[in-house]
Design a binder for this molecule. Structure first.
Ligand code: HEC
Length: 161
């Protein structure tokens, strides 16, 4: 078989374009880990929207810190367990870690929080760029980047609705 220089050049260009697109839409693995102690996290609030039910949970230490108006400690996970029509659909995870913020430039940084999402089998979803998570949660800068932490002071053992 014989290829013209032109068709080879076009094929090379197409390969580069596919690589570039792939790189753009692919989320990078980051420093977030799936919480090992998921069953020990405290489910403090439930959010319902149509067929979506979200159980939002964090560590007992973070619950105490928020109630005492103390900073949330490094090592904390917040997990949003997303159910669709009663079936587990995915996990959204935020993790705070010492120095995590240094991985991003100032425009993207959400203090020392990083974000990730996992399928029900707890494998990473690499099809979404977690910059999107950060850009929305930035609106909650005054609440340590959390949308529902304000419900924690009202939490007394039964998830706040
Ligand atoms: C368009 C805005 C938006 C985007 C994008 C977004 N979130 Fe959120 N997130 C919210 C809101 C609002 C809540 C509060 C719960 C609710 O209303 O569903 C929330 C809640 C959470 C919580 C529970 C802690 C808290 O802040 O209350 C986690 C964990 C979370 N999101 C992780 C993620 C991850 C991971 C991504 C990206 C894959 C992401 N979020 C993308 C708006 C967003």
């Amino acid at each position: 078989m014989k290829f013209s220089a032109r068709s080879l050049a076009l094929a090379a260009l197409a390969a580069v374009a596919i690589l570039a697109i792939g790189w753009q839409v692919q989320a990078e693995p980051n420093r977030v880990s799936f919480p090992e102690n998921l069953d020990q996290l405290v489910h403090y609030t439930t959010v319902r929207r149509g067929n979506v039910t979200e159980h939002i949970m964090t560590t007992p230490e973070a619950i105490e810190a928020v109630k005492n108006r103390q900073p949330i400690p490094a090592g904390t996970h917040f997990v949003l367990v997303d159910y669709r029509d009663g079936k587990l659909y995915r996990y959204f995870v935020m993790e705070k870690g010492e120095g995590f913020g240094a991985d991003y430039d100032a425009r993207r940084r959400t203090a020392d929080w990083q974000f990730q999402w996992y399928w029900p089998d707890r494998s990473l979803n690499l099809n979404e760029n977690t910059a999107r998570c950060q850009s929305c949660h930035t609106s909650q800068q005054g609440a340590d980047y959390l949308f529902t932490a304000y419900r924690i002071p009202r939490f007394n053992g039964t998830p706040v609705e």
